[in-house]
Design a protein around this ligand. Structure first.
Ligand code: T3D
Length: 265
């Protein structure tokens, strides 16, 4: 049977494509298994310096497949469905793996991103979306709260009021609106979306990977640190980066007015 997550490699860029287009790439347990394995494989591969997550067909990801085993609500008289099992088994490992990747992760949102699909995208390092894409915090429409990190990510990305506006009302947000409110990095024209994604990913892959990952980690850690503690964390990280090969390469290239060739990972 065909893979539920397609793997592509161009240079040091690994592309993972969610591949259940007929159901807008909504997530089944089988898909979770493949996606987590693909992320772990990319993390362990020294030839991968940037990961792109995208979707096949007209959608990015419509969140949990509501018909899949473990998600469908129990009929009256049946034992209740325990959604925390799916979260523990599937969503928590996925969301944690995404934030722990030892290289930058770009969400290339090619179409609608709904429910967990939206928040998985927002948990990536850079979110770019094609102009016909959209974001929907669909959870409350079916009686749930935003998961996959939504309650953590949304207020940090756009502030409490907009987070609640998005989460409570569950309206469809266009990619242009998402960019305007700072929910995503860029909304890009449909015509050259793939090319623009490839260029951004290739740029990230050519950059000093350890510095990029340390930057993400320090920005996230700062959410619960004082200013002084962040200064101390920056000093610790800078000490490590300053003794790595990529710093020597970066400064040498700058002095020699040539392009750097970063290799640390
Ligand atoms: O398990 C837990 O731990 C709980 C976890 C929850 C996390 C969540 O993600 S909850 C939120 C789940 N997602 C949703 O509620 C979104 C449901 N989908 C939609 O609202 C709409 O599909 C969209 C707004 C995303 C797109 O609308 P549209 O009109 O462009 O497409 P469509 O016709 O609705 O969907 C196309 C097909 O995909 C359709 O199948 P069909 O009729 O052609 O055979 C539709 O049923 C299927 N599909 C879309 N989303 C899901 C889905 N099938 C199963 N689960 C889905 N989430």
């Amino acid at each position: 049977s065909e893979s539920l997550v397609l793997l592509g490699q161009h240079g040091a860029v690994r592309t993972l494509t969610l591949n259940r287009p007929k159901a807008l790439n909504s997530l089944t347990q089988a898909m979770h298994v493949e996606l987590l394995a693909a992320l772990q494989q990319a993390a362990a591969d020294p030839g991968v310096r940037c990961v792109v997550l995208t979707g096949a067909g007209r959608g990015f990801c419509a969140g949990q497949d509501l018909a899949d085993e473990g998600a469908a609500p129990a009929a009256a008289g049946q034992p209740p469905t325990d959604l925390s099992l799916l979260i523990e088994r599937c969503y928590k490992p996925l969301c944690e793996q995404l934030r722990a990747m030892p290289m930058p992760v770009v969400a290339a949102v090619n179409g609608v991103a709904a429910g967990a699909g939206a928040n998985i995208a927002l948990g990536c390092d850079l979110v770019v979306a094609t102009e016909s894409a959209s974001f929907i915090q669909a959870f409350t429409k079916i009686g749930l709260l935003p998961d996959s990190g939504g309650t953590w990510l949304l207020p940090r990305l756009v502030g409490r009021q907009r987070a609640l506006g998005l989460a409570l009302l569950g309206d469809k947000l266009s990619a242009a609106e998402a960019q305007a409110m700072g929910l995503i990095w860029r909304c890009l024209p449909d015509a050259d979306f793939e090319l623009a994604v490839a260029e951004t990913a290739a740029r990230l892959a050519a950059m000093p990977t350890k510095a990029l990952v340390a930057t993400r980690q320090a920005v996230d850690a700062a959410q619960h640190l004082s200013f002084g503690e962040s200064l101390a964390l920056e000093a610790r990280e800078q000490k490590a980066l300053g003794s790595a090969h990529d710093y020597l390469e970066g400064v040498s290239a700058f002095m020699a007015k040539r392009a750097p060739a970063f290799t640390d990972r």
